[in-house]
Design a protein around this ligand. Structure first.
Ligand SMILES: Cc1cc2nc3c(=O)[nH]c(=O)nc-3n(C[C@H](O)[C@H](O)[C@H](O)COP(=O)(O)OP(=O)(O)OC[C@H]3O[C@@H](n4cnc5c(N)ncnc54)[C@H](O)[C@@H]3O)c2cc1C
Length: 435
């Protein structure tokens, strides 16, 4: 995928007020541009949001993200402090046959994965999906019990539906090279960026909302910036006429971008050329449970569940032992994550039943004797939260690259950002918006 540098412009129009749009507004203001941001809903943050309840914080989506030098620079400018996780957050466990494991496979299966990592050609083959690629490189057991739950913990999607080149969109696979060799070559070719002071996962004292609120305050403090809430942009032809000379940054979700591309003259021919299929999405449900008891036998980050191990959830986060200050009246807080076909058209009661069913099965892990204790449950249903990262979406990204280039040739600076572009994680979204 090609990279086009942002053209210097005095006026920037941003469509979408999620984290991608807000960080874009921040970086445009920093480079001296005036900014107008349109957000279709009545609040900023998009998927991100933190609710403060009587028992503690409840994250609606992301509960933390990987830190980087650029993120430290951003948060320093905004005057907010990054929150490091507790030591227990290093303890991630995989579930297999009713037990928890650091490494849920045999020594021989692990050896097979190490050999594959060091010696097997890692370049994705024609028609390989994430599952078949991972099985070829690491072996079946490593794929089923480690790769699938770990990737599932990020994308909530089955490996067989995912396209390797899109999941590793910032990584170059050199011909006939092992993954180890490719990692080395990618590191060598990467310009040396400065290292962050805090490595790994971070959040904020008041949860992820603190980032959204401080970006909001930063933007509205600037005389040359304006935010319009409840303001959906529906027609790019009109926007280009009314904001001629402005740089346009589209920071919507995939479905928002597709709606904008409909009827946009410049995009029509390019879209037709790519002959894309219809897009598929992933719905996801987070259930945060405050309680007097926990399923976790010891302080930990969480548990990941492979498919076919009898547990409906994809994973559980032990909020009470990841970041300090997440709980108030009750000692424990867990977030359970459900996704896939299982949750289609399910209501809150169905989800509570899933939770109790899972807790019953996991009772043997904890020191609990019964499930009958006080709890306070918060459910957030995200219908079609993000796209499935498949080959069709990869091709759509190529198509968007071509649209950006066609616009550049016509002197129309327009660019697309968001979690369907180059990675779902906040680190990548924030860095793309800042650079
Ligand atoms: C349950 C869940 C857990 C997650 N956990 C993590 C995690 O732990 N770590 C991590 O790094 N990432 C996590 N993510 C991913 C991350 O939260 C998202 O990728 C990220 O928040 C997306 O931000 P965005 O600004 O690109 O898009 P969005 O948040 O989708 O924002 C897009 C905005 O554009 C607006 N919009 C759309 N169309 C228009 C229009 N036509 N006109 C005006 N406005 C429009 C929308 O209303 C929305 O506000 C998680 C996601 C989910 C759902």
């Amino acid at each position: 995928m090609n990279e086009i540098s942002k053209s210097p412009s005095n006026k920037v129009l941003i469509i979408g007020g999620g984290v991608s749009g807000l960080v874009n507004a921040y970086s445009a203001i920093q480079s001296g541009s005036s900014v107008i941001l349109h957000e279709k809903s009545n609040r900023l943050g998009g998927l991100i949001g933190t609710k403060l309840t009587e028992n503690g914080y409840v994250e609606q989506a992301a509960n933390g993200f990987l830190n980087s030098y650029f993120i430290e620079k951003l948060t320093k400018d905004l005057g907010i402090e990054l929150l490091k996780p507790e030591k227990a957050a290093n303890k991630r466990r995989f579930f297999r046959s009713n037990k928890l494991y650091k490494i849920p496979i045999s020594i021989f299966q692990l050896l097979r994965a190490v050999i594959g990592f060091c010696f097997i050609n890692s370049e994705p083959q024609e028609n390989e999906n994430m599952e078949t690629w991972s099985q070829r490189v690491f072996g079946k057991a490593f794929t089923k019990f480690i790769v699938e739950p770990a990737i599932g913990g990020i994308y909530s999607t089955e490996l067989k539906l995912m396209y390797v080149q899109l999941v590793f969109s910032k990584f170059t696979f050199h011909k006939n090279r092992s993954l180890l060799r490719n990692i080395f070559l990618n590191r060598k070719n990467k310009s040396k960026s400065e290292k962050p002071k805090i490595r790994g996962l971070v959040s904020f004292k008041k949860g992820m909302q603190e980032l959204i609120d401080s970006l909001h305050s930063f933007i509205i403090k600037n005389n040359l910036a304006k935010i319009h809430l409840n303001s959906e942009i529906t027609n790019l032809n009109d926007i280009l006429k009314s904001h001629s000379g402005s740089e346009i940054r589209i920071c919507t979700s995939l479905s928002g971008t597709l709606r904008l591309l409909q009827n946009w003259d410049i995009a029509k021919d390019i879209l037709n050329k790519f002959k894309l299929d219809s897009f598929t999405y992933q719905s996801i449900i987070t259930v945060t449970r405050f309680g007097m008891d926990t399923i976790f036998p010891y302080p930990a980050f969480g548990i990941l569940f492979p498919r076919e191990e009898g547990i409906l959830a994809k994973g559980i986060l032990a909020n009470h032992s990841i970041f300090k200050g997440r709980v108030r009246n009750m000692p424990y807080s867990e977030t359970w994550i459900y996704s896939g076909d299982l949750i289609q058209d399910k209501n809150d009661d169905d989800i509570k039943n899933f939770l109790e069913e899972d807790r019953k099965k996991l009772l043997s892990l904890s020191k609990l004797e019964s499930l009958k204790t006080n709890s306070d449950i918060h459910i957030k249903i995200w219908k079609n939260a993000f796209p499935i990262y498949n080959k069709n979406l990869y091709n759509f990204n190529l198509c968007l690259d071509e649209i950006e280039l066609a616009c550049k040739v016509r002197n129309i600076p327009i660019r697309f950002y968001g979690n369907y572009r180059r990675g779902i994680g906040l680190r990548s979204l924030i860095e793309n918006a800042m650079n």
